[in-house]
Write a new protein. Structure first.
Length: 318
């Protein structure tokens, strides 16, 4: 039924004669050189925006890989290319889903162990919570002078709308197998026991965050010292350097040079993996693909129904 509706929608637009639409298609990533010279390569991987594996769509078509799949594809391509001698992660993210952040960090650590090449994280505008979680999986962390980072912690957002629903005549008629089955529901207040349960999950995920940072920042601080600064707050680059959350302050060019130095090479081509028709000409080029057609409709019902329950996030909410 949905396919038929899409075809009718597209046909009506074509017949109107007023709009030309280019249908996007998903394509394998290819190597693109954006600077430098020599046989050796430094791969630039972009991690930007909310860290999530939710489907990304242009109009009514699913055209892009989710974040984890895209990063895994880039790492897989780099792992079999003997000329890739280092990787730079360009991170500009306030964080996101706990599991997505953890999987990406795991993939980066696995790549380092297999490929035996340095991975340098360059923190851009914001690299907080899940963004910092991923950075901690690298060999070295460099922050832009105006970076905001940190926000080590976990949050689960919950809203109680039962009072409002009562005012408009909506009654909660949830039927459940156990009294905790709808824990965190917006249709009723949370009980004290339920709050304890949710807090225990938050605490466990928080301890994992600390584990990741302690493993990535070996020798920088004790666990107790880390806990004192891991209360969810964010830090400037200078503050993060003083707290040993990062290794140095510098620009993206500095991160590329650090990657080459750690790899023991003087010259290298800086590359990215991108769709064939995308445009990249320097290290600051957007690694997100811009749509080449007019987005007339962008309604994703999944965004309204995919996550009705509580979500646990490594996220800094500005």
């Amino acid at each position: 039924m949905m396919t038929a509706l899409r075809l009718i929608f597209l046909l009506s637009i074509f017949l109107s004669g007023c709009v030309v639409i280019t249908l996007p298609t998903a394509e394998p990533l290819i190597e693109k050189v954006i600077g430098g010279e020599g046989d050796a390569k430094v791969l630039l991987i972009d991690i930007s925006g909310i860290i999530t594996d939710s489907d990304r769509k242009d109009a009514v078509f699913s055209t892009k890989q989710n974040m984890t799949a895209r990063i895994r594809e880039e790492l897989d391509k780099a792992s079999v290319d003997e000329d890739v001698r280092a990787v730079v992660l360009r991170i500009d993210s306030p964080g996101g889903a706990v599991t997505t952040s953890d999987i990406i960090a795991h993939e980066i650590k696995k790549f380092r162990e297999k490929k035996k090449v340095p991975v340098i994280a360059e923190l851009m505008d914001v690299a907080a919570s899940g963004g910092y979680y991923i950075a901690a999986a690298s060999d070295r962390i460099i922050a832009h002078p105006t970076t905001v980072t940190g926000s080590i912690g976990v949050v689960a957002f919950s809203v109680n709308a039962s009072g409002l629903l009562e005012k408009v005549g909506i009654t909660n008629q949830t039927i459940k197998s156990g009294d905790k089955k709808d824990i965190g529901s917006l249709l009723r207040p949370m009980t004290g026991d339920e709050r304890i349960i949710i807090q225990s999950i938050i605490d466990d995920l928080y301890e994992r965050f600390l584990d990741i940072v302690m493993d990535g920042r070996k020798g920088s601080f004790t666990r107790d010292e880390l806990k004192k600064i891991a209360d969810g707050r964010v830090y400037t680059a200078r503050q993060a350097l003083d707290l040993k959350l990062i290794d140095e302050i510098g620009y993206l060019d500095d991160a590329v040079e650090a990657a080459k130095s750690k790899a023991g090479i003087k010259e290298a081509r800086l590359i990215t993996y991108a769709p064939p028709r995308s445009y990249r000409n320097n290290i600051y080029s957007s690694l997100e693909d811009l749509p080449v057609s007019i987005n007339l409709v962008n309604i994703d019902a999944g965004s309204f129904t995919g996550r009705l329950g509580m979500s646990f996030m490594y996220l800094w909410m500005q």
